[in-house]
Design a protein around this ligand. Structure first.
Ligand code: ADP
Ligand code: ZN
Length: 633
């Protein structure tokens, strides 16, 4: 880009120099300026020929012989020195008889329009060029000042310069550790890029777009590069924020251009980092540049629709805020496949450390397992940073190898930094989270009408969730029975109840659980007719937007103040009763709760098999999987 611009500036300069030189050359070499009277006399004497009259100036050829009477001595001397034929130029006076005299002298004469071109060029085009050059220069500087990466206004619609292209990423799956699930999911993409024909013949359906979701530094970019590297295709990348410009239509032009480039490079991987910057839901937010943003997003949607996967272009996008994305982006045929990357667990962290110490000389004292255990909440990038810091420290102290002390110090530094950014939990927090999640998981195990727990984790996910208990439904559901809803309420409240039981204190970690539980209870009362006290009527209390960008029209409440109070009372009763039930269950199984929490603290992630083992070894649960819900009177 810079090269190109410098090149163009040179053009302008060269043109100017060229003009000046041309002026020198085009004008006859030995031109003698004649006064009008000298011109007239020479004409009468028949010494002139090929007279051109333009712009009040006569030019032409002058024969030097016999000019002694006409020209003063110095002019003649000058002419004679150069010899041969000479040019002359004379500024004309207003002389209506001139043409007749030219005729009489039988001189070839005329007036030439082209004679203006040089003058025009110099007086008009050249200044224009100069101004143009200055304007361009200023715009270029302005453009780079405005956050662009040094692009000029003329190229604003081109994403060429901003697209970062690597024909060979040099990254393979070997460089990506600890996120095996995500890697597995992207294998298929690699398979397709490597072997598109086989895939097509078998009727395989290739995703157009894959959305990689994960916290910063978890290896989203790395994974995308590895896909390109494994498949041996070019990797085109740019960041969503680079589409966002202040001029309407520019972002859209960039999108178009990006896809053109991708088509030319196919098969290839296009990676859009921070897609949330350009894919924010339309119609939310009141910021300016709204229209521009919509245009850009619409263009992206249109390009993705018009794109034929068979050409071998696959679009990977990364975000850590999938919830703000426009739903249209996630529809089938666009980013319909999602790959989640969590922060790595204990084993994952160890594997990532192993990748990064490959080229580092380690002292025997270094134990990667210990380091992995001491870095809960670290993302891949943090671990890479840890190795790097330790290596730097060892180098500073002139050591032959990096030892554990270097790691310890680097670790302290990094942890302090991450704590400031709220990204690692202290031990007390971890314990809270472990019991909280163990509570969710156990109650889900003990209730009959709940989905199976597939995974319990105390690895922070995203910004809000500090841990999670994953349940997967065994079948598609179209309706839910009251008993199921009550069991779900129990599971939702179990985290908070476990905290209360164990620590006799509670944390803010249950906010989301409580919100969901309250919503569910309220829905049971106001929508599903599941409360005896309020009967079968439904109560539309609060209009809830259908979509993120749906209309939020305030509607008048359709029920009385007394009913509102009754609803609140019923919601509260449902929640209180659920808490009672959960407390009983957890109290009766306190031992199992303790062992699950301990297991979580040790392993960070407990999967189904481990959970099965734990449940089997637990003393026969006091409340086996029976409906713990008393039938409502
Ligand atoms: P993201 O795109 O998710 O913000 P990156 O892919 O840019 O994160 O990761 C930054 C760096 O951290 C990588 O270049 C790599 O060195 C290291 N890293 C992150 N995740 C991993 C991983 N799973 N395995 C190995 N290295 C990783
Ligand atoms: Zn919870």
């Amino acid at each position: 880009m810079d090269k190109k611009q410098a090149f163009s500036l040179w053009y302008v300069l060269a043109a100017l120099v060229g003009l000046i030189l041309m002026q020198e050359f085009v004008a006859p070499r030995h031109t003698q300026t004649l006064t009008y009277s000298e011109f007239k006399q020479a004409l009468m004497a028949g010494k002139l020929d090929d007279v051109l009259i333009a712009d009040g100036v006569a030019t032409g050829k002058l024969r030097t012989d016999g000019l002694e009477q006409i020209l003063p001595k110095d002019k003649l001397e000058a002419l004679k020195r150069t010899g041969g034929e000479h040019g002359f130029a004379t500024v004309l006076v207003n002389d209506p008889g001139l043409v007749a005299q030219l005729d009489a002298a039988k001189v070839r004469y005329g007036s030439v329009r082209e004679s203006k071109w040089l003058g025009a060029l110099i007086s008009w085009v050249a200044p224009a060029l100069v101004f143009f050059g200055i304007w361009w220069f200023l715009m270029k500087r302005m453009g780079s000042g405005m956050g662009g990466m040094g692009h000029g206004i003329l190229e604003i619609g081109k994403s060429k310069a901003k697209v970062y292209m690597q024909t060979e990423t040099g990254v393979t799956f070997k460089d990506v550790a600890g996120i095996d699930e995500a890697r597995e999911e992207l294998m298929e993409v690699v398979e397709f890029l490597k072997n598109p024909d086989r895939f097509r013949r078998l009727g395989g359906k290739i995703p157009k777009g894959v959305l990689i979701v994960g916290a910063p530094g978890t290896g989203k970019t790395l994974l995308a590069k590895a896909v390109a590297g494994e498949a041996g295709v070019p990797f085109l990348s740019l960041s969503g924020s680079e589409f966002v410009e202040m001029f309407v239509g520019v972002g859209a032009a960039r999108v178009r251009d990006l896809f053109e480039q991708a088509a030319a490079k196919a098969p290839c991987i296009v990676f859009i980092d921070e897609i949330d910057a350009l894919g924010k839901a339309r119609g939310v937010g009141l910021s300016g540049g709204h229209e521009e943003h919509e245009q850009t997003l619409n263009q992206l949607l249109a390009e993705m629709d018009g794109f034929d996967t068979n050409r071998g272009v696959i679009i990977l996008a990364a975000t850590n805020r999938p919830e703000v994305l426009d739903p249209a982006l996630l529809r089938p045929g666009r980013f319909d496949r999602h790959v989640a990357i969590d922060r790595p667990d204990l084993i994952g962290r160890r594997q990532i450390l192993e990748v990064h110490v490959k080229n580092v000389k380690l002292a025997p004292s270094v134990d990667l397992a210990v380091l992995a255990a001491r870095t809960p909440g670290f993302a891949g990038a943090d671990l890479a940073n840890l190795v790097n810091e330790a290596t730097l420290r060892a180098a500073k102290h002139d050591k032959d190898a990096v030892d554990m002390q270097d790691f310890e110090e680097a670790l302290d530094r990094i942890v302090a930094g991450l704590e400031k950014k709220n990204r690692v939990m202290n031990p007390t927090e971890r314990k809270f989270v472990a019991y909280h999640e163990a509570g969710h998981a156990l109650v889900a195990e003990f209730r009959k009408n709940t989905d199976r727990v597939t995974k319990v984790s105390i690895i922070p996910r995203g910004i809000a969730a500090l841990g999670y208990t994953q349940q997967s439904p065994t079948e598609d559901r179209y309706l839910m029975r009251r008993s199921e809803l009550l069991d779900r309420l129990d599971v939702l409240l179990a985290g908070r109840v476990a905290e209360q039981l164990v620590f006799e204190d509670v944390s803010t970690g249950a906010e989301n659980d409580l919100q969901r539980a309250t919503d569910m209870a309220r829905h049971m009362v106001t929508h599903y007719g599941m409360s005896e006290a309020l009967g079968l009527a439904t109560y539309d209390a609060r209009p809830t937007p259908l979509y993120l960008n749906g209309p939020m029209l305030p509607e008048p409440r359709t029920f009385s103040e007394r009913t509102a109070e009754a609803i609140d009372g019923e919601v509260r009763r449902l929640l209180d009763e659920a808490r009672e039930r959960v407390t009983r269950t957890l109290q009766a199984n306190r031992g199992t709760l303790e062992s699950l929490a301990a297991l979580l603290l040790e392993k960070e992630v407990v999967d189904r098999t481990m959970l099965d083992g734990l449940m089997a070894s637990a003393a026969a649960p006091a409340e086996p999987r029976v409906a713990a819900v008393p039938v409502q009177p």
